[in-house]
Ligand binder design. Structure first.
Ligand code: DQA
Length: 146
């Protein structure tokens, strides 16, 4: 079984309740269900969320040996965390960066992403479909032997 890590950063535990006009009414459980449904046979997802930078980094380190790709929505750490970027740079399989909102249409401080300096693909503004696209991309790359 190949495992895809779906990593979510700060405040995404409140998805569905938090600024629904921007992030929608669906929850992280909905993200998990959609990502699971997008997996063909032989693939599974491990969805995690943390409000703590170090915990996200520990999970990236642990994923080095156990997963075939990471879909990451680092939340606001996207725009601040060199440490998460460095952790992703220790990780060899594909990394897809996802944002629910179209960050480039929003405040200028959301236009910079440290995650993009490592990511193999970047998706913004597709709502929860962005996670599904990320999972599909990692499945395709794993099946192609990437
Ligand atoms: C976000 C965009 C970030 O700027 C913000 O800090 C988030 C969520 C998104 O999914 O659109 O927490 O990553």
């Amino acid at each position: 079984m190949k495992t895809i890590l779906i990593l979510n950063g700060p405040n995404l535990n409140l998805l569905g309740k938090r600024q629904p006009q921007i992030y929608g009414h669906e929850t992280l459980d909905d993200v998990a269900r959609l990502c699971r449904d997008a997996c063909p046979e032989g693939f599974e997802v491990d969805l995690r969320q943390s409000n703590h930078e170090g915990e996200l980094i520990d999970w990236i380190h642990a994923a080095r040996e156990t997963t075939c790709g990471i879909v990451i929505n680092a939340g606001a750490y996207t725009h601040t965390s060199i440490a998460i970027m460095d952790a992703l740079n220790t990780y060899e399989p594909p990394v897809i960066e996802v944002h629910i909102s179209q960050v480039h249409k929003r405040e200028p401080f959301r236009h910079l992403s440290y995650i993009s300096a490592r990511a193999d693909g970047v998706i913004a503004g597709l709502g929860l479909d962005g996670y599904v696209a990320g999972v599909r991309r990692i499945v395709a790359l794993a099946q192609a032997g990437a």
